[in-house]
Write a protein that binds this ligand. Sequence first.
Ligand SMILES: O=C(CO)[C@@H](O)[C@H](O)COP(=O)(O)O
Length: 308
Amino acid sequence: MPAVKIAPSVLASDLGNLNCECIRMMENGADWLHMDIMDGHFVPNIVMGAPVIASVSKAVPNIFMDCHMMVADPGKWVKDIADAGGASYTFHLEATDDPMDVVRQIKATKMRAAVAINPGTPASEISDELGNAVDMILVMTVWPGAGGQKFMKECMPKVAELRARFPDLDVEVDGGVGPKTIDRCADAGANVIVAGTAVFNHPKPKDVIAFLRVRCEEAQERIKRERERLANGEELPPSERKDYGDGRRSGYASGAITPLSYPRVYMSAAKREKLRRESQGAENRERPNMASLSGMSSLSMTTAVNGK
Ligand SMILES: O=C(CO)[C@@H](O)[C@H](O)COP(=O)(O)O
């Protein structure tokens, strides 16, 4: 399985001191910095754009910026983000009717290409062609648009399914991830961990980053053993099964996740329109709107930044 990467989401940082915040996280063990870019259309919020990415790129040597593009027209910003110094470009599947074209545009730059799916989008919407073309798949574990939301554990079967289909791909989780939820993510097979509030709001971010990494590495060892045993037709002893207490077990141990094949490239126009509207809050009362966003900690400075 690919190496574990911990990517603090700067949405929860002191955005007025963004360069220093990125340096602080790298000194505390972060592999990547997760940059949330929103356009006010795909999600009802605006945070930063290519000029801010360029400023960070100049000020922070060797930074790897994992740019999460929560934008309605993902092809439009590829060149700007590449020129600004973005290292990875994640677009939302719900935002385009031609994901392979967006991937081609990203690959024409030096950036890594990644595709994200919202909580309402099934993993089966990632075709084999798309999954094999990208460097990473991001499974959102909250509705995009704000930090500090509750982790949606119901997204974990999608992570397990994608890990089973794409054993060597980076699979990223984002939203509500921290020490209390990391085991579910890691057991499902996620190896790129985005955490905003849990890292930036903690007085010892180094400890949180180290904890997340260790739990993922331990899970990877477990998954490796499970794979080997299942390949040999062996039964797993109950002590080695991760049981969530709700009838489900980790994807690999349960053997319930079958790596199906999804040859389709495009979802239907009607379905994409529904998923797009859902992302904007038009069809989902649960997802954040501007009123609910205003109370979120990520939009104000975190107290941990000044050690208060
Ligand atoms: O993309 C998003 C939100 O749209 C995430 O990156 C969040 O910023 C993660 O924050 P926490 O839930 O970890 O606070």
